[in-house]
Design a protein around this ligand. Sequence first.
Ligand code: SPQ
Length: 430
Amino acid sequence: MTVSKVLDYAQPSLQGSLRIPGDKSISHRSIMFGAIAEGTTTVEGFLQSDDCLSTIDCFSKLGVKISVDGENVSVHSNGMDAWKEPDEILYTGNSGTTTRLMLGILAGSSISSVLIGDESIQKRPMKRVTDPLKLMGASFIGRESGQYTPIAIEGTKLQGITYKMPVASAQVKSAILLAALNAEGETVVIETETSRDHTEKMLQHFGATISVEDKTIRFKGGQTLTGTHVVVPGDISSAAFFLVAGAIVPNSKLTLQNVGLNETRTGILDVLQAMNAKITIQALNNVSHEEIGDITVETSTLKSSVISGDLIPRLIDEIPILALLATQATGKTIIKDAEELKVKETNRIDAVVNELKKLGATISATADGMVIEGPTPLHGGDLKTYGDHRIGMMAAIASLITSSAVTIDNEACIAVSYPNFFEQLATIVK
Ligand code: SPQ
């Protein structure tokens, strides 16, 4: 059941500090790697969101022992050979990461299984993953030759391949690398643009050897992973909503603690700086092969920017909230080279343009992005989330600067990546 929520903030200012919850991409991978590894893996700072719980659920059905105690998770496994063939269908919920990475993992296992996701996942393209995996010898049955779930997987022996990626996608790269763990010989993945590299970093953290030179990744099959301790940084994609809120809500100053600062994810910080936002980064540290730090943001007078090219994969999930930021910047912001937005939880180009227009923004869709003119005062309205967490949170942050209330049609979808979003927001609204 979907429940709507009315958001009515009377000219707030935002003050205080937030500890940003765990990174979704790294939380998924910590469970996957823990399940593949031999021994016990302990995870600290795990994101207990709907998507990450879908990953845990899939591995539990494969017989992996996983215990969750808030943000602390332990995974006990004797490696993939000890997994049991699941007697139920593996349900990946709304999670593209779970679905695509599981396809890579299960392709080279010794078991048969079936994967299905929710209504949104059933429309998201899987051939980008199943095609290269088939080149490795994988066996899938799914609608339109493995394009859509449900997909049945017959685990089999795989061969290493050399694969030039047609799109910048960490999910495609990760699915191939995870399959490569069980493949004979070397696998080489060549990226067009560098996408998030958490899989490469975590492979090293679990004791594997991987070579990354510019956009070429080389990985030898047959390596054994060993259980370890993983500290999950806060998710910069979640922090992004409060970074933008701090910049656009008058008289605000916010500190976001424990934010992952992996260079493949920090495109939003580059854009905020280019648009004149006041941000400072302190307390840099390294945990489990990932950079972290605290970010302070203050209300700023913003100017427009062009967001394109190799910046896009470094901020792909932040584009909805950056579009809202651009409505408050002077001049024309152009977002291009972002066709990938069309195959996310919903078509995020159409969703962002439709919903921000309802609030009075000057915004139009292009074939590969959008154009936004600002600054524009926004008014209230009834907004659709399309069941997409990032559209829901963009609408919620927009409501902080609208002249009247904003209603969102589905509050629950936000729990896909940020279950305590509204609780945290309430603590900083003054
Ligand atoms: O997991 P899912 O549903 O694909 O989630 C999204 C999101 O907005 O949270 C995308 F819709 O993030 C992806 C991201 O866009 C997570 C991800 C990863 O963990 O590897 C990589 C990106 O996707 P892609 O297709 O570019 O590889």
